[in-house]
Design a protein. Sequence first.
Length: 413
Amino acid sequence: MNQKEITTIITQIARIRNVDITYVVETLKLAILEGLKRRFGKNVKAEVEFKPETSELNVYLLKKVVDEPKDSLTEIKLDEALKLQSDAQIGMTIRVPLPLLEIGRSAIRKASDELMIKLREAERSKLFDEYNRKRGEIVSGTITKISEDEISVNIGLVEAILLNRDQLKTDHYRIGGAIKALIYRVEKTPIGPRIYLSRAHNDFLKKLLYQEIPEIREGIVEIKAIARIPGIRAKVAVVSNDDKVDPVGACVGYRKSRIQTIIKELSGEKIDIVLYAKDIPTFISRALAPASIKEIFKENDKYFVIVPDEDLSVAIGKKGQNVTLASRLVGVELEVLKASSYEDRLLTNKGKTVKIKDLNLDRDVIAKFNDAEIFTAFDVLSVPTEQLAERTNYAPEKIEEIKQTIKEALWKK
C-alpha cells in the first residue's frame, strides 16, 4: 500500500463518515501504533506523522543510540545513527524511518479497520450526546415496526422505542404513520444510543402546551402542576404573571381552538385547565370542579371534601378519575363525602359524650343496651345495624328506628 492509497483511504473515510480529516488521521495513527506493537512486540516505540500539505504518511521507530545494540527494535549503533542524524550521540533517541512496505499491507488494512471501529464508536458517542441533549423535547418520527411490547419509530439518524406503558390506549398506530412523542430517556449501549419515547409522560402534555400557547412560551402564563390519566383525562393548573391576562382563557383559546388542537394530538384526552391557588382548600375546590363544595377540612394528612349529595358522582368522577386527578394535581390525599354521610359522621362523633340513659328512650331499650354493654350514643350509631340486632335481639327495623331517634336527639343538643 503506497502513500497515495493511504491518502485516498483517509479522505474517503472522512467524507463518508462526515468527520474532520484531522480526527481520522489521529485515529489512524493510534491504530498503526497498536498494529506495530502487535507485530514487533510491546517494547517497540514509534511515531506516526502525517503531513497534510503533501498528504505524506511517515512511520518512525524510536531507537536509542548505543555502542553495541542488544535489541535491534529499540537500539541502534552510533555509525548507523549518524547516517540518519548528523548530530547523533550515544544516549540520544532518534527516529528511524520505517517503510510502509515493512509495516505490511495487511497491517495497514487492519489499522484502517480499527480506524473504522473507532469512528463508529465516536459516531455512537456523538449520537448519544446529541439525543441526550434533546431529552424532554418532542420529536416527530415515522413508525417502522409494531410488536406486542413496543413500537419502533424512525426519528432521523436512529430508531427510538415507544414502550406499551408510554403509549396512549386511545391511539391507533400503523406502520408508516407519523407520530409525535417526548424523548424522556436515553441510554448508552455498545450498538448505539437507545432512545425511549413517551406520549403518556406529563412532560409530553406540558411541551404541547408550550408549543401551542404563546403566553406560556413567553412566561406570561405559568404551568404549576399537571396530572394525567394518559389518553383519558388530564388536569393542568396554571397561573398568570400578568393581571391583565386570564390564564385559563389563554390556554383554552377562542372557541376552545388552542386546547382542541392539543386534545386532538392526544387522541381525545380531555383536559381541564384549573386556576392555581396557593391556598390548598381553594386549590382543591377548583381542582374538583364542576362539583359544588360545601366544606373542606383537614384531619392528620388527609383533606376531607364535603359535597351536596347530588354532586357526589360529579366530584368523584367516572371510575374515580376526577378526585384522583385533583389529588395528584394539588399533591394531597383527598376523600370526598356527601353531605348526609358527613352529618351522620358528625352526629356519631358527638355521641361519644352522650349517655344512652340521658336520651329520650324507653326504659326497656336502655336496659337492653346496657345488658349488651352499649352505654353511649356513639356505641349505637357507629355499629352496623345487623350487629346491634344480634346483640340486643331487636329486629333490624327496630334498631333503625332507635338510631333515628338518637340522631334527632343529638341534633337538639
